[in-house]
Design a protein around this ligand. Sequence first.
Ligand code: ADP
Ligand code: MN
Length: 454
Amino acid sequence: SVAEGPFITGENIDTSSDLMLAQMLQMEFDREYDAQLRREEKKINGDSKVSISFENYRKVHPYDSDSSEDEVDWQDTRHDPYRADKPTTTPRKGFIGKGKDITTKHDEVVCGRKNTARMENFAPEFQVGDGIGMDLKLSNQVFNALKQHAYSEERRSARLHEKKEHSTAEKAVDPKTRLLLYKMVNAGMLETITGCISTGKESVVFHAYGGKSATEDKVIPPECAIKVFKTTLNEFKNRDKYIKDDYRFKDRFSKLNPRKIIRMWAEKEMHNLTRMQNAGIPCPQVVILKKHVLVMSFIGQDQVPAPKLKDVTLSSEDMKKAYYQILNMMQQLYKECNLVHADLSEYNMLWHDGKVWLIDVSQSVEPTHPHGLEFLFRDCRNVSQFFQKGGVAEALNERELFNAVSGLNITAENEVDFQAEIEALEKMNEDHVQNHGKKLSMFSSDGDPPIYDE
Ligand code: ADP
Ligand code: MN
C-alpha cells in the first residue's frame, strides 16, 4: 500500500528492469518465507520448556545485509587471487619437456587453463564467475564463443548506457539504488518520491514527501531531498584528493573498495551537515543515511527547490544582507564546525526564507587537511568575486576575507605571495603532523580550529 507517485507506482511504473522486478519479488518472498518459519517454530515449540529455533534457516536477502556479495569484485587488487602466479609461456620451438613428457602449445590442458585465465580480459561487467581452485579448462571453441558474447554484450551495454544518459530522470539511478529507494517508501519513511531535482556529475537529487518515522522521537520533514551519490568509478577518481588526505578518513581509505568510498562521501556529507546544524548554520537537516543515499530536509516548498544564489536577483539590500550572513557562516563553519566548505560558490548556496542556506558539503574538510587552507582561499575568492560583482561595496577582497574567516594574519599584498604563504603554512602543519603524530592537542578535539605556530 504505497501512495501513488510517478516514481514507483502510478502509470509511469517502471517495469523495464527484470532484475529489479525479480529483486522486489524476492524481497516479498523472503518476508513471507520468514513469517512462515516463525509460525512453524511457534507451533513446534508450543509451551515446551525446551525450544528449537529456525533462525539459521531464515532468508537474509543480500540487499539487507551490508556484506552483500556484489562487493567482493572490487577488493584490493594488490592481493588479487585471480592473478596467475607467473604466466607460463611456451617457447618459440612450440613445446616444452622431453621425451614422452613433452607438452606442445596445443596441449589441451595448457590451452584450457590459458583460456580460462584470458577470460579476465573480458569487460569488468561481464560476469565470468569464480574459477578459483577449480582448475577450469576451457576448450578453444567454448572460449571463442564466450569471447564473442562478451564483446557483443559490451557493445550492447554501451548502447544501453547511452540511452540511459538521455532518458528520464527516474532512470538516473541504477536498479539497486531504486530498490533502496523503493524500500524507504515501502517502510513508510517516505510517502512518495516525486521526481528528480538535479542530476550532477557526482550525484542525483530527488524530491520526496516525507512519511512517518518508525520512532516517535524523530520527525521526518514534510518534504525531503534525497541525494544519491553516483557509484561510477570515474567520478570517484576526481574526488579522492579530498578524502585521501583527510586525516579523519586516512586509516580507512587504503583498505576500502570504491563502493565503500562512495558510501564514505555520503557519510561525510551527513557528518558535516550535522556539525553545521549544531552550530546553527542554515543547511539541510539529515533524516537518514542508507549506503550511498542521503535523505535530508528539502530547502524549498511544494516541490520547488529554493533557487541557487546565482539564479536569483536580489535587491541591493538583500544582497548586502546575504553577504554578511555568508561572512558570518564562513566564520562559524571554520571556528565552530572546524570545517572548510571547499566548494563554496553561488552554485551551492540557496536563497530561501529570506536567507542563505549552505548545501553540498560532502567534500568539506577540516582546516588541517593538507590542502584545507587552499580550499578556503578558493572559497573566499568565489564569494568575494560574486559579491563584488553583485555590487556590495562592503565586500572584503579574497585575502581580507580569508584572514577574517581563518583568524590568520597573512599580510602578503598580492595573490601569488598570499597563495605561497598559505602553502607554506600547510606544509608546516603537515610536518608537524609527521613529527608529532596526529593525536596532538590541535587534532584531538573535534571542534577547535588548528594552531599553526609552534
Ligand atoms: P552536486 O554535488 O551534484 O552539486 P548538490 O548537493 O549541490 O550536489 O545538489 C545538487 C542540486 O540539488 C543543488 O544545486 C540544489 O539545487 C538541489 N538540492 C540539493 N540538496 C537540496 C535540498 N536539501 N533542498 C533543496 N534542493 C537541494
Ligand atoms: Mn552542488
